[in-house]
Design a protein. Structure first.
Length: 266
């Protein structure tokens, strides 16, 4: 197991590669294998597999035929969404939860591909659910895999975006915009000195498709020397509306570092 694969469940790290995948890796020089997952696919409503490597990915159909093999830098947009399915089972005094994860790739020169991953269902006591909501220790089987893919895409995108921002351009992430001076959303600019922080959680969505969905919120961090609390919510958006969320998080962290990733305009 490679260093990059540590922390990922063993069954999500392939022991061997299909012939077409192996040939694509050799031809393109994608490096070491990191992880693998198979789930529902779009647009053909079939099944897709995603093999993640150090320098790129290989998508295959249900017959292990290669559909696309982009380098991470070829991924123009990666959208991540989660639906949390909740079904009360009061006859046995529990509430059934299941996380469905969606990864949608907009690849340069290729069709948009979407991978749908269903975590195993898990239960919470009905009394605990009423008092505390969803358990914090629910199994998130595909979370390490999704995080590894997001990290690779973000690492490939950051150098290009940093150059653009340093030259005075802005980086768009759906409803959010990053510039040298701050994070903008809903027409409001939050300067980096206010320490905008991005949080990911879940909230009920009344519009179709209804249910608990991934929600991105922005709050201001604690003032220098102040208590470790966060300010009121300033911005919000459903995670499906925010492309390249991990890249946005890395940029925001870097702009608030000391020294900052890119100095602000004077």
């Amino acid at each position: 197991m490679t260093e990059a694969a540590k922390g990922i469940p063993r069954h999500l790290v392939p022991g061997s590669l299909p012939r077409e995948v192996s040939e694509a890796v050799t031809e393109l020089g994608l490096g070491r294998v990191i992880a693998y997952a198979r789930g529902g696919g779009r647009p053909k409503r079939g099944r897709l597999a995603l093999y993640a490597f150090d320098d790129g990915a290989v998508f295959t159909d249900h017959r292990d035929r290669v559909v696309a093999a982009p380098y991470w830098d070829d991924v123009h947009s990666l959208r991540f969404d989660v639906h949390v399915l909740i079904k009360p089972q009061l006859d046995i005094g529990s509430v059934l939860h299941q996380f469905v994860r969606f990864l949608t790739f907009d690849i340069e020169g290729s069709a948009t591909l979407s991978l749908e991953l269903w975590d195993p269902a898990d239960r919470t006591l009905a009394s605990d659910y009423a008092a505390y909501g969803m358990r914090e220790d629910l199994r998130h089987e595909f979370a390490p895999f999704v995080s590894a893919v997001q990290d690779r895409v973000a690492a490939a995108q950051l150098p290009r975006l940093c150059r653009q921002i340093s030259e005075g351009a802005q980086a768009r992430f759906g409803p959010f915009t990053v510039s040298r001076n701050g994070l903008r959303g809903d027409g409001e600019l939050i300067p980096w000195s206010a320490k905008p922080l991005i949080f990911y959680g879940y909230e009920w969505n009344d519009t179709p498709p209804p249910g608990n969905r991934g929600l991105v919120t922005v709050r201001c961090g604690p003032a220098d020397g102040g208590p470790l609390t966060h300010g009121p919510e300033l911005m919000r958006a459903w995670s499906a509306q925010v492309p390249n969320l991990r890249t946005l998080e890395r940029l925001c962290d870097g702009m608030q570092a000391d020294p900052p990733l890119i100095p602000s305009e004077r």
